[in-house]
Design a protein around this ligand. Structure first.
Ligand code: MN
Length: 381
């Protein structure tokens, strides 16, 4: 049942179909079939409130920065870049943290500002200002979400379309390629000059979320921001090697094994194809690897030319699986993820599932079929 699906197979990359210069790439590309309300981004009032929240801090004000669980380059880079900016403004009582084990993935251990990190339990219980980075909802902050309920101001910086604005002040822009785009703007409005430390953090964040400037989110504005970062003298070759192109030999062998069991199901996703694989805790143990090495596993999987949708299922506990989904453009994988209790973007999303690998994959197939039925007639022709 390989559906002809209009001209989809021969269509150019979705990037080519995008209206250049609108700067709203992923968020609105599929607007006619999406039920998500597309946020117009922060208003001048939002920016003003965010600037005021920082400026009105008392002299000894306690600031707690929080990014999402299992932090990636955008989460940590945005948080630490902002932390370094606040330090330049003279903020002294400053902590940065994230929920869960206080382990920074090896590729991000060169980030400036890591010395500001504290563990979840060391985090200030009653901060005057809490700033959250790259978290679409409070649930992504784990037990640290209770810090938002105190007397202090909660400021949210994020770019997930599903973010409903859980702070007192929300700088949420689904059109932003990374949370670091909002961080740069806020630091600019606060009058903080860029330095190499801040720039490296924001550059890592930006390059992580744009797939090293390869995804559709890579607008002219993204390259302009990257140019501002590079102008501080940071070295993109060193940074990219550290962040993207370096992994332990054990991880290389682990990837080989996990990729060797990948399955291609060309009939799924409305005939656009699904490719998937999985990694267990036992795989990690056998190769003596930490879970974060699997974050990069989706990249070789999504290379598969015969599949629009790619999926990596990673075991996090005996019957618990963290699932990463990617689409090349024909499928809105955030709809699949949201239906299964997760979230994300149109072309990159995820959720946590229970049961066995087969059960998790079957749930994805079912959602993909439901999606296909719901939007099959929306194919552009
Ligand atoms: Mn992000």
């Amino acid at each position: 049942m390989t559906a002809p699906a209009g001209g989809a197979a021969t269509e150019p990359d979705p990037a080519v179909r995008k209206q250049p210069g609108t700067g709203r790439a992923g968020a609105t590309a599929d607007g006619e079939s999406a039920s998500v309300t597309v946020d117009a981004g922060p208003t001048e009032a939002d920016w003003g409130a965010a600037v005021a929240a920082v400026r009105q801090l008392p002299a000894d004000g306690r600031v707690l920065l929080i990014c999402h669980v299992n932090p990636d380059g955008d989460a940590l880079g945005s948080m630490l870049g902002f932390a370094l900016g606040l330090r330049r403004l003279g903020v002294r009582r400053l902590q940065a943290t994230f929920p869960g084990p206080p382990e920074v993935p090896e590729p991000l251990r060169g980030l400036p500002g890591l010395e500001l990190l504290v563990t979840e339990t060391e985090a200030e219980p009653e901060p005057d200002l809490v700033v959250c980075f790259d978290a679409a909802s409070e649930s992504r902050l784990g037990d640290l979400a209770d810090r938002l309920a105190g007397k202090g101001t909660a400021l949210v910086l994020d770019h997930h379309a599903s973010n409903r604005g859980f702070g007192d002040v929300n700088l949420v822009d689904p059109a932003a390629a990374a949370t670091s785009v909002l961080v740069e703007q806020l630091l600019d409005r606060l009058g903080v000059p860029l330095d190499a430390g801040i720039a490296e953090c924001l550059y890592v964040a930006l390059s992580t979320d744009t797939g090293s400037f390869r995804f559709d989110a890579t607008t002219p504005a993204v390259h302009e921001m990257a140019a501002r970062m590079l102008a501080t003298g940071i070295r993109p070759g060193d940074i990219s090697r550290r962040v993207f192109d370096s992994r332990p030999f054990g991880a290389v062998r682990l990837f080989g094994e996990v990729l060797g069991r990948a399955r291609l199901e060309p009939e799924e996703a409305g005939g656009q194809g699904l490719v998937w694989t999985y990694a267990t805790l036992d795989d990690l143990a056998r190769h003596e690897q930490r879970p974060y090495v699997l974050e990069a596993l989706i990249d070789p999987v999504r290379c598969t030319a015969e599949a629009d949708v790619s999926c990596v299922v990673k075991q996090t506990a005996p019957a618990v699986w963290a699932v990463s989904l990617r689409s090349k453009g024909a499928t809105d994988v955030s709809r699949v993820a949201v239906a299964l209790g997760g979230g994300g973007h149109r072309l990159a999303a995820g959720f946590t599932g229970g049961g066995t690998v087969d059960e998790v994959i079957e749930r994805i197939r079912t959602q993909l079929r439901a999606y296909d039925e719901g939007s099959g007639t929306d194919q552009q022709g």
